[in-house]
Ligand binder design. Structure first.
Ligand SMILES: Cc1cc2nc3c(=O)[nH]c(=O)nc-3n(C[C@H](O)[C@H](O)[C@H](O)COP(=O)(O)O)c2cc1C
Length: 314
């Protein structure tokens, strides 16, 4: 099987493989640049950063690659407009946006000549994104890691979204190997977005404890949690999620008011920061549904070699 050509605005990556943006600081310069250097699109997870921190991260990434790099910003975050503005001023190649829907971002993208890709989980939102000027959509299912817009699977939502729009459709959620990519292409995807597989790379900046928590997960450990953002999230079971189920999480002592709307049940940024640093039992470890099928930590170049070989063998 041959890879389809993925065209986002004027951008055509060598391989139609996007590394999904991951907050807080899970996808940063080393991982993003390695994916871009391997011929995919690497994406910085900007949510939780200040605009100055994002500018610094973009510059560092750019110094490590001449490949295609993007920024992922969640609409739910209060400094959404600042982060998008900073990314556009830094001449980022592409912006991915989800967790809520901004109409303004399409005007900002047009003015700054940066393609905007909407992360959607329904045909209705995909159509709206196309109408407003999205260069492509990511069809992200309930199989994905992080915040979810649906609990439906990728095989359920992909055909519906494919049929609804004429712009490129990028499948996301539960894709971990080249055979999965081939399945998505057969179902009409122009490309794929993968995140969980790239956490288990040598370049990913999270603590070793975070990666080990992934490696020892069984299928039964991948659960849905409540996030103060108001959307469910897919994460790995741990002491923190147990306390959450029992209603025993301590209320946040301090609040930076980082979200537009927050239930204040717990601080999501604090929880993501903790797990990133290795305090697994005091934090949230977001992961996609098929995390338990990944058995190794590899350099990004080797992950790409394997994905390409598996895809071509189909
Ligand atoms: C640790 C982690 C953090 C994530 N953070 C974000 C984020 O900040 N913004 C976003 O739009 N998606 C986020 N996602 C979703 C991914 O970008 C991606 O679309 C999804 O995980 C794809 O499914 P997969 O992990 O099964 O490959 C996150 C996923 C993970 C695993």
């Amino acid at each position: 099987m041959n890879f389809p050509t993925l065209k986002i605005g004027d951008l055509i990556p060598r391989y139609p493989i996007i590394q999904g943006g991951m907050a807080y600081r899970v996808s940063t310069a080393p991982l993003v640049s390695a994916v871009a250097n391997a011929g995919g699109i690497g994406t910085i997870g900007a949510t939780g950063m200040t605009a100055d921190e994002l500018i610094e991260e973009i510059r560092q990434t750019r110094s490590m690659t001449r490949g295609i790099i993007g920024v992922n910003v969640m609409y739910a975050i209060r400094n959404f407009a600042d982060l998008v503005g900073a990314a556009i001023r830094e001449k980022i190649d592409v912006i991915f946006t989800g967790a809520g829907f901004s109409r303004d971002i399409f005007d900002w993208g047009r003015e700054g000549r940066v393609p905007i890709v909407s992360i959607v989980s329904s045909a209705r939102l995909a159509k709206m994104a196309e109408k407003l000027g999205a260069a492509a959509v990511v069809a992200e299912s309930g199989d994905a890691g992080g915040h979810l817009g649906t609990e439906r699977s990728t095989v359920e939502i992909l055909p519906e979204i494919r049929a609804a729009v004429g712009i490129p459709v990028i499948a996301a959620g539960g894709i971990i190997n080249g055979r999965d990519i081939a399945d998505m292409v057969r179902m009409g995807a122009d490309g794929v977005q993968m995140a969980t597989r790239f956490v288990l790379s040598t370049e990913c900046a999270v603590s070793d404890a975070f990666k080990q928590h992934y490696l020892k997960a069984g299928a039964e450990d991948v659960i849905l949690i409540k996030s103060p953002v108001g959307m469910p999230g897919r994460a790995l079971r741990n002491a923190f999620t147990k306390l959450m189920e029992e209603g025993g999480l301590p209320k946040p002592a301090e609040c930076q008011k980082c979200l537009k709307v927050c239930s204040r049940e717990y601080c999501i940024i604090e929880a993501l920061k903790n797990s990133r640093l290795g305090l697994i039992d005091q934090g949230i470890v977001f992961a996609g549904k098929n995390v338990h099928k990944i058995k190794d930590i590899l350099p990004v170049s080797k992950i790409f070699d394997r994905l390409i070989a598996e895809f071509k063998a189909v």
